[in-house]
Structure formats: C-alpha cells, structure tokens
Design a protein. Structure first.
Length: 212
C-alpha cells in the first residue's frame, strides 16, 4: 500500500492518494468549503451519501475511487472511509481553535438519527441501527457502519451514531450522513474564543502518523 499526502494547514486543505492491490482512492478535501462535491466511486448509492456529507458539512470534496467492484463494494467503501479520515486528520493539523465536540439530530420522514463526534485524536466508533433488510441502494447496509468505523480510525475521532427511529433503509442511511455531516461541521468549526489554543486540558491532541 502507498499513500501520498499533500496538506495546507492554513487553508485546512488536504489531498490524499491511497493505493492498494484492491483500490486506488484519490481525495481532495477543503474544510473551509461551501459544499461543492464531485464524487465518483462506482457505487451509486454511496456517491449519493458522500455528496450528502459534503453538502451538509460545507466541505469542498472530490472523491475518485477505482476499486475491485467485480468482487463486491466492500474494499472500495472501506478504503474510501480510511482515505477520507486521513484527509480530515491532515487538514485539521494540530486542531488548534476547533470546537472539537458537537452533536446533531436529524430527521428524514419517519427516520431520526443522532450523531455525536469528538475530534479528540482517540479513534472509536459506536453505531446502533435498526435496519430493515440487508441492502440499501446497491450496497450491503452493514457497510454503512464499516465506513464510519474506518473513518474514525484515521480521522482520530470518537463518533457515536444512533438510528433512533425509521422503517426505510434509504431514509435512515441518508439521515445518518446528514446527521454526521452537521455534527462534523460544528465540531471542526473554528471558535474565536479558542483561537490559537488546543481544545484539550492536556495541551495537545495526539493523532496517528502512520497511514493504514
């Protein structure tokens, strides 16, 4: 596996190229964006969800993924999560001035989802759902949790996602991505009162240095 990383912490921008024998993922991420997205993973429903994430988190996000879809979409979804998390971690830099913690609860028709996130440097994902059936769009619904768990590892964040209600998989998953987007957007926002300071009593936020 090879990973190429280009960052600009002043603009909170990062480019990631992640290559393995199974996938090639290229991501361009600007945390100071306005929701402009160009996502092409070869998985239609996944593209739709990543567009929801970028739009509602006000990210300028480009994702180009070439994976072994002739087998299934597992590797592409997993590696996209890992690469996107890596891009977040690099774009956030030392995380000075950010709110760090935030939550959002979002409805979509009969569905309701709550997300709490902490860009603490400590990766952890808790995901509770009540899916109806094993597939959503053209992908296994189990990959939704796997995407967020992969993202948490490389982003260095603690994320809790709870599907509180719902009966339609599409609505529930879309509410997941919108809720996560709103929580992430609030957590990475610069707080003028914290300008230049690390949002931790430790005086630092330790993140991973080695790509997975």
């Amino acid at each position: 596996m090879t990973t190429q990383i280009t960052t600009s912490t002043e603009s909170r921008h990062a480019q990631i190229v992640r290559e393995t024998s199974e996938t090639r993922i290229k991501i361009d991420l600007d945390l100071n964006g306005n929701g402009k997205c160009d996502v092409q993973t070869g998985i239609g429903f996944f593209d739709h969800m990543l567009n929801q994430l970028g739009h509602h988190a006000l990210l300028d996000l480009t994702v180009k993924a070439d994976g072994d879809l002739s087998i299934d979409c597992h590797h592409t979804v997993e590696d996209t999560g890992l690469a996107l998390g890596e891009a977040f971690s690099k774009a956030l830099g030392d995380r000075k001035g950010i709110n760090r913690m935030a939550d959002a609860t979002v409805p979509m028709d009969e569905s309701l989802v709550q997300t709490c996130v902490d860009f603490s440097g400590r990766p952890y994902c808790v995901f509770k759902s009540n899916w109806r059936g094993e597939v959503v769009g053209n992908m296994p619904v189990s990959l939704i949790e796997h995407f967020w768990a992969s993202f948490a590892v490389t982003a260095g964040c603690n994320i809790h996602i709870r599907v509180l209600d719902g009966s339609d998989n599409h609505h529930m998953v879309e509410a997941v991505f919108k809720s996560a987007a709103r929580a992430i957007q609030s957590a990475i926002r610069i707080d003028p009162q914290r300008a230049g300071s690390i949002p931790s009593t430790k005086g630092m936020i330790q993140t991973r240095n080695d790509p997975i």
